[in-house]
Design a protein around this ligand. Structure first.
Ligand code: PLP
Length: 416
């Protein structure tokens, strides 16, 4: 059965060059970068080469890059690292459409006595820079704004926001997990910036925080003093090497990919919207990530559509990976003023480095058919929940059967 992976906002397949870059560090080059011998030096070199590659992607100095366990940790380090430098609670400005990594850290700070402003957005998910200006008080220490939203793909006016925070002496952290390498990004007046390897075709469990020279942070993890004391713990060398290779690939292809993915994205959106009734494309028409198509489909539950598409070979999402499986409509759509019933019919199709024109042709054929199938089955009162539960049970049985078969063959080999 043909398949098309259209869930790059959740994670991207690992690039072949990334796998090649990681392999030695999972095998013969297993040294600890803190060791004084040759194996240690090789690991140290790999870490510094990756740091230079990430710095080059951001047009930053390598000394400003701190490796973390991913985007979530980078965001926590930025927000809590600034907060812990202070004796007294301050004021944080963020938006109502941030990723949960930011929202939950902001709520944690609220519990510690910080005041937090959650800025509203317009119907496209755009933050008005003037709202940032108005929200700043004498207590404001930090603003944290995402560069691009992970559900609808809205790209925020980050340069304008950064100019305001700089002018008012407020630190700015930017969650660029979805945007790095996808749209133009200039560090300009940004003080802190988070990124994650697995959105770039790198491995999961590794990311980085850019820290502008002169910005002072307190570490969250204490220990041996690795990463300039900001992130103790023996480094994930294979992961770091993978992030470095992904950063190089993204920097090399950025412009061409932006153009290619914008064309594919528009073909996909038009192909679905023009052939399927009751479909609305969300997000701004222009300031949207190249690989993002976010739709709301009338009279359908996006959750069931994702399952129906998966059966037909299309891997999509209802919104953010973390929110899938939740019955509440997404906080992003709610903040954009999308009605509760409409928000339930949300589906996100996201493209990336390995997406081909064939994937898009396939999706344009399959998505409208799946929508029609679900609509007619709903109309005839089919029990979709029972059927998908049966599918899950069958999938689980396949996994268990596979595990038992390999355990038996290992046992047979050991007896012989
Ligand atoms: N920020 C945004 C905008 C994201 O989309 C994600 C992941 O989906 C994260 C932060 C968290 O990154 P990670 O999965 O590396 O922890």
């Amino acid at each position: 059965m043909p398949t098309a992976y259209l869930d790059y906002a959740a994670t991207a397949p690992v690039r072949p060059e990334v796998r090649r870059a990681m392999r030695p560090f999972l095998g013969e080059s297993f040294g600890n970068p803190s060791s004084a011998h040759k194996l240690g030096a090789m690991a140290h070199e790999a870490v510094e080469a990756a740091r230079a590659a990430v710095a080059e992607l951001l047009c930053a100095k390598p000394s400003g890059i701190v490796f973390t366990s991913g985007g979530t940790e980078a965001i926590n380090l930025a927000l809590l690292g600034v907060a812990q430098q202070r004796q007294t609670p301050g004021h944080l400005i963020t938006s109502s459409i941030e990723h949960h990594a930011t929202l939950e850290t902001a709520r944690f700070l609220e519990r510690l006595g910080w005041a937090v402003t959650f800025l509203p957005v317009d119907s496209h998910g755009l933050i008005d820079p003037d709202e940032v200006r108005r929200a700043i008080t004498s207590k404001t220490v930090l603003a944290s704004v995402m560069h691009a939203n992970n559900e609808v793909g809205t790209v925020e006016p980050i340069d304008e926001i950064a100019a305001i925070t700089r002018e008012r002496g407020v630190l700015l952290h930017v969650d660029a997990v979805q945007s790095v390498g996808k749209v133009r990004l200039s560090l300009g007046d940004i003080d802190l910036l988070s990124l994650s390897a697995h959105k770039l075709g790198g491995p999961k469990g590794i990311g980085a925080l850019y820290v502008r020279p002169g910005v002072s942070l307190a570490p969250l993890i204490h220990g041996g003093g690795q990463e300039g004391g900001l992130r103790s713990g023996t480094e994930n060398i294979a992961g770091i090497a993978g992030l470095g290779a992904a950063a190089q690939a993204v920097a090399r292809d950025a412009e061409a990919e932006q153009h290619r993915l914008t064309q594919l994205r528009d073909r996909l959106a038009d192909g679905i919207v023009y052939t399927t009734g009751g479909v609305r494309l969300n997000g701004p028409p222009t300031n949207r990530l190249p690989g993002f198509v976010h739709l709301t489909i009338e009279g359908l539950d996006g959750h069931w559509l994702v399952k129906e598409l998966s059966r037909a070979g299309i891997y999509a999402a209802t919104g953010s990976a973390c929110a899938s499986g939740q019955t509440e409509p997404s906080h992003v759509l709610t903040a954009m003023g999308v009605a509760r019933e409409t928000a339930k019919g949300a589906i996100r199709l996201t493209l990336g480095w390995a997406t081909t024109a064939d994937d898009i042709r396939f999706a344009i054929q399959v998505v409208p058919q799946a929508v029609e199938r679900l609509r007619s089955r709903r109309a005839s009162g089919d029990d979709l929940a029972a059927e998908y539960a049966r599918d899950c049970r069958t999938a689980r049985q396949h996994v268990i059967a596979g595990l038992l078969t390999s355990a038996f063959s290992r046992l047979r080999r050991s007896i012989r």
